[in-house]
Ligand binder design. Structure first.
Ligand SMILES: Nc1ncnc2c1ncn2[C@@H]1O[C@H](COP(=O)(O)OP(=O)(O)OP(=O)(O)O)[C@@H](O)[C@H]1O
Length: 303
């Protein structure tokens, strides 16, 4: 059977010795979506990915993949793939042999896609992983990640070391194959501005907890950038949650959490204010800044 697999964490806790990496996480990653798994360094993204892919057992609580516990689950094994930056390949075998090995384990693997991407990233099938540059290793991980067409594909910081043209080739290839073969894709990256156009759902972790989990379109319209005469900007922000503000002379700019009604937007424009969207990257920076947890909670309530 092949169908996109969703992920659900229920009170999921993971400790490394005394270190709490995930502290009671409740979150759902919708089946058949591209979800951006975001968070600052050490927030728990890799840990969550590792538990979903059954690389690690929870210390408490549970994670379900397609409604089932993934741990030692033979049915899920070929359908769930975690590609890590470290690369999980046979270092002493050629890329060609590695591809064949993966093809044998992955029922949905597309050799045609693999070959096309090998060409696209200029990877030599006769090379061995240990001889590849960091960016080439990442590219090979991406080839495996896309060509495997796993029902749950988790790509954890797989772009590291890739130059900008290669990263954009990766995003295009991922999107193209996802449209043709829908599955659940979880994309963890710090380059939020670059993956923004790909993601349909966003999960933000912060210190081992879920800061927010939301539809990306809904998230985009909850942040508003307002620019104009400082006095008007101050009037506009009264009673709203301000994520950030700047002032230069008599002109001010503020980023606020607000879902504006049509009338409010028109009134603000009539008062000489420019309203604009807030890039996801900026929202992320504001929401994960120290002391911003209240704003994130408010955003969660506004859903
Ligand atoms: N093997 C380990 N032993 C001890 N602590 C660990 C181990 N792996 C992770 N941690 C700790 O658990 C927390 C979560 O780590 P994790 O790797 O999941 O974060 P991350 O969000 O993926 O970070 P990054 O963006 O930096 O890759 C961090 O505080 C980290 O130091």
């Amino acid at each position: 059977m092949s169908a996109p697999l969703g992920v659900e964490a229920r009170g999921l806790g993971v400790r490394y010795g005394r270190k709490v990496a995930l502290g009671g996480v409740d979150v759902a990653i919708p089946a058949g979506s591209i979800t951006g798994l975001l968070g600052r360094n050490g927030s728990g993204k890799t840990t969550l990915a590792s538990v979903a892919a059954a690389f690690r057992r929870p210390t408490s609580g549970a994670v379900l993949v397609g409604g089932e516990d993934p741990w030692e689950n033979e049915d899920l094994l070929p359908r769930v793939l975690l590609v890590r930056e470290s690369g999980d390949v046979l270092d002493v075998e050629t890329l060609r042999t590695n591809l064949r090995f993966v093809e044998d384990c992955r029922p949905a693997f597309s050799r045609e896609v693999a070959e096309r991407l090998m060409d696209r990233f200029e990877l030599d099938p006769d090379a061995k992983p240990q001889k590849l540059s960091r960016g080439q290793k990442s590219a090979f991980g991406i080839v495996l990640g896309i060509a495997s067409r796993a029902d749950l594909t988790i790509l954890d910081e797989v772009h590291l070391g890739l130059d900008a043209p290669s990263r954009y080739a990766f995003y295009d290839a991922l999107l193209e194959d996802y449209v043709e073969h829908p599955r659940t894709i979880v994309l963890s990256s710090h380059l939020i501005g670059e993956i923004e156009r790909l993601v349909e759902h966003v999960v933000v972790l912060d210190h081992g907890r879920v800061l927010l989990a939301q539809d990306a379109d809904a998230l985009r319209v909850t942040g508003v950038s307002v620019t104009g005469p400082a006095r008007e900007v101050e009037r506009f922000v009264v009673g709203r949650t301000v994520l950030g503000r700047q002032q230069l002379g008599g002109t001010a700019q503020a980023t606020v959490l607000a879902a504006l009604a049509d009338g409010e937007a028109a009134a603000a424009r009539a008062a000489g204010l420019d309203l604009g969207p807030v890039p996801l990257q900026d929202l992320f920076v504001h929401l994960t800044a120290d002391g911003a947890a209240d704003a994130a909670r408010e955003l969660g309530r506004a859903r």
